[in-house]
Design a protein around this ligand. Sequence first.
Ligand code: ZN
Length: 93
Amino acid sequence: MESRFTATHQKLSDDGHESECDKIVKLLDLMIDGEASTEEQSYFNTHIEECVPCFESHQKQKLLKGLVCGHLKRVIVPESLALSIKARIQETV
Ligand SMILES: [Zn+2]
């Protein structure tokens, strides 16, 4: 039981995971800019459903993009939330 869990965990955080996350990182910009193809979008969405770090970086990128783009008419993210996200990003990096 324990070994099965470990194997799954290693599979996720070791071999395949790294290269998959690499692809996701490259796709991230396309996704944020809305330039990813349908195929790329489904690959991306499938991955972030299972990969918390990629999911979180996608959320951060979306929020940062929203904060950086001054042409948004309404600020969707409360400032306090934005600050706490920035703080979390700094912690992670
Ligand atoms: Zn990932």
